[in-house]
Design a protein around this ligand. Structure first.
Ligand code: NAD
Length: 429
């Protein structure tokens, strides 16, 4: 099938590559000319495991191409996806101007029936607004359908999640686009849930808010563990074996971040507020998340006392492992908090240093994780990269003025760290 995707970012590019991989012909559109130029020259603007190979393979096979022209995208395909940003506004509500802009541009170029599919995460009832906008701005007054098809990929596992999805959600206002949408997704062998548009939009916000809630829940339990001498990882393991609960998203730490959970949570709280419901439960999820960062910074200052003129090594800048994404990264926030207290920082991340440089200055970027501790007073783990578990602990211990580690992601075993001579502080253990 011929498909167009507007927005060639973490969602749009990976979706485009995976659609091409299963045999569709995909045109990825972006209004960032530099990004499209890079892609046309064989570069990849983001890091996502397996993505580079997939893009190169499908470009070579002639199934994946790139353009800055929305009109070209509309002309060449019958199904037009939208995967543009939906960033938060200062009051927590969603900035829908990117969606509105792209809907208008699609409408302006439509000369025959199209299916316009929203993949961006949007507040309930956005589909109705998109349909109104297309109707208003389409000079040819042609027939069309709007579909909500929320995306559930996890950054760092995006290719895997797209190729093997748990479920595909398709929200429609008529049956007409259902067969086409099912045909697009048939090669992925996943259950397809067909709902009305409002329900599809709510499924996405309700899912992300629930996952964030799970993280805040275990972080709250971690506070009790710390106060009672219990071990939150053992508690999470025991809880997670109950299939009604499940182990994923029960990792205590310095809290969730990234471009989705904080903004989707705020949006959901705001949506509820607009219809007169005070979603206290989710406000508490936000409060607990902010508290985790406070508690971790306090743990550092309680131990090191004055941070002014202290040198701290930080492992991790990405908001989680396997990605170069630093948007709303707790690791970056932690670095900024430590800088504000007067500490100087040596930092390392396997993939995110390039993107971090744009938002985190006055730090020393270190290429090798084993060099980070050099001349520092303490080491901090801020992102759960698997490779940090292979840190040369003996070398790090000798490089530090005192062998102190604050592990915000519980990567190491407290007993083992004690035996190795470390003063080791983690979360909930
Ligand atoms: P992104 O910032 O990585 O990519 C968005 C792209 O859209 C950018 O390249 C931008 O240049 C482009 N763009 C903006 N305006 C445009 C326009 N008018 N025409 C064409 N392109 C335009 O964002 P993302 O992380 O891919 O997120 C996109 C949407 O998907 C958001 O609503 C997000 O909440 C949702 N989502 C994200 C994830 C994730 O893990 N990143 C997962 C699920 C859903």
């Amino acid at each position: 099938m011929k498909l167009t995707i507007n927005g060639t970012g973490y969602v749009g590019l990976v979706t485009g590559a995976c659609f091409a991989e299963v045999g569709h012909h995909v045109l990825c559109v972006d209004n960032d000319a530099a990004k499209i130029k890079l892609l046309k020259e064989g570069g990849i603007p983001i890091y996502e495991p397996g993505l580079e190979e997939l893009v190169k393979k499908n470009v070579a096979a002639g199934r994946l191409s790139f353009t800055t022209s929305i009109a070209e995208g509309v002309q060449k395909s019958d199904v037009i996806f939208i995967a543009v940003p939906t960033p938060p506004q200062p009051d927590g509500s969603v900035d829908l101007s990117f969606i509105e802009r792209v809907a208008r541009d699609i409408a302006a170029a439509m000369t025959d029936y199209k299916i316009v599919v929203d993949k961006s995460t949007v507040p309930v009832k956005t589909g109705e607004k998109v349909a109104e906008t297309i109707k208003r701005y389409c000079p040819a007054k042609v027939d069309f359908d709007v579909v909500s098809n929320p995306e559930f990929l996890r950054e760092g596992f995006a290719v895997c999640d797209l190729m093997k999805p748990n479920r595909i959600v398709i929200g429609v206002r008529s049956q007409r686009p259902v067969a086409v949408m099912k045909k697009i997704y048939t090669p992925f062998n996943a259950p397809i849930v067909v709902t009305d548009i409002n329900s599809a939009e709510l499924i996405k916000h309700a899912s992300n808010s629930f996952l964030a809630l799970k993280i805040s829940y275990i972080n709250a339990v971690a506070v009790l563990c710390e106060a009672t001498g219990a071990n939150v990882q053992e508690v999470a393991a025991g809880m997670g074996m109950d299939e009604r609960i499940g182990r994923p998203f029960l990792n205590a730490g310095i809290g969730f971040g990234g471009s989705c959970f904080p903004k989707d949570l705020s949006a959901f709280v705001k949506i509820a507020e607009q219809i007169g419901y005070d979603f206290h439960l989710l406000k508490e999820v936000q409060r607990i998340n902010a508290g985790q960062m406070e508690r971790f910074v306090k743990k550092i200052t309680d131990t090191l006392w004055v941070l002014k003129d202290k040198k701290i090594g930080v492992l991790g800048l990405a908001f989680k492992q396997n990605t170069d994404d630093v948007r709303t990264s707790p690791a970056i926030e932690l670095c900024q908090r430590l800088q504000k207290e007067g500490a100087t920082l040596r930092v390392h991340d396997p993939k995110a240093m390039g993107k971090a440089r744009a938002i985190l200055s006055n730090v020393t970027y270190v290429d090798d994780m084993n060099d980070v501790a050099e001349g520092c007073d303490a080491l901090v783990v801020a992102t759960e990269w698997d490779e940090f578990k292979k840190l040369d602990l003996e070398r790090a211990r000798k490089s530090l003025s005192h062998p102190i580690m604050f592990d915000g992601r519980n990567l190491f075993d407290p007993g083992e760290m004690g035996r190795l001579g470390w003063i080791y502080k983690s979360v909930g253990r």
